[in-house]
Design a protein around this ligand. Sequence first.
Ligand code: SUG
Length: 415
Amino acid sequence: MLTEINFDGIIGPTHNYAGLSRGNIASASHAGDVSQPRAAALQGIEKMRHNLALGLPQGFFVPLDRPDAPWLAQLGTSPEAAEGHLRAQAWSASSMWAANAATVSPAPDCADGKCHLTVANLVTMPHRSHEWPGTLAQLRLAFAHPAFAVHAPIPAPFGDEGAANHMRLCSGHDGAGVEIFVYGVGGGRFPARQHLDASKAVARNHRLDPARTLFIRQSDTAIQGGAFHNDVVAVANEHVLFTHETAFEDREAAHAEIRAAFPAVEIVEVPASAVSLPDAIRSYLFNAQLVSLPEGGMALVLPTEARETPAVWSWLEEMIVGNGPIRRLLPVDVRQSMANGGGPACLRLRVVADPATVDPRFIADEEKLDRIAQVVAAHWPEAIAPADLASTALMADVRKARAALLDALDLAELG
Ligand code: SUG
């Protein structure tokens, strides 16, 4: 039975604030802060527990090996000798944002009846451009069953940011859907990370039906306002598209195209007059997980920042008393990730699959989350200041921490 499984990236022991992502306002404004990797990872684990308790299937990915010494070696240096900016790029825990791990096309959408995954190349940001080999190794392990086809990245220079720029509309997760690829066009102050050629290549490789595949341009206003990924201004689940008025370059044409391809769509649009683009970005209202509850109806799993932004919360409260498809608001605390621009939806990758076909080592239950939390409590650093990235003692500690986690999850082969 095909069902949606959310795979969350476990927040790694090197989580830090290096201000590496141009165009990501939270990352830039927290540059140089002292991070709390242990608290960050525990927040992520609590979010997984929260969603499990709703009755939603939950999986996870493990953090990548950081600092990435082989990558620095390709650049002719090492964690000890690297210049500051390269060292920070090598230490980044950015694989926590699993929405950027891959683009996933569920089996009912693909001509060969397999679920296709293409690992994202993330070439626009240097610190993210070296994630894909570690992520690919993990995807190949988790989804080794013949029900899946796992693809290597789209070649540079065509930037591909994975599921963060991809949405799917369907009547039920296990039925055929319409896949929407949202791309950006560069040239502004902030980079457009998702290239149209990359989106089209993914769609071809996934063997999608052109009649059920849309390519829609993200608005420059949104990108230049700080929406570096489409999932900062729009999210879809089943027949519902929840979006800000400014999400798409040509709003009317985009909505018309979506309605033509999927007539049952319900577009829940937040007007800029009610919630400004800066408020939407500050609160990460749209970086919610829009989920179908087992008892029926949909819920938004939101960052607590949404509750703290008055215009956002009053709009949401009004929506909830109306008769719309979104019935519940569920705030979760992922502040440590939010300070780097990663909300609840950034931390997860949605895969529609029969859970029996996924390597069980990547599937979460309460007991396994307890086990992960114990390793985090025992081994994750409490705090990392920017200058700590030069410490060889810290480097040894974070390596030990990751090894302890892999050991606890019987995943030492990813070591
Ligand atoms: O790529 N932040 C990530 C946040 C990713 C959010 N993901 C989605 N929207 N799906 C990024 O900008 C900041 C790292 C730093 O500055 O240290 C960072 O990489």
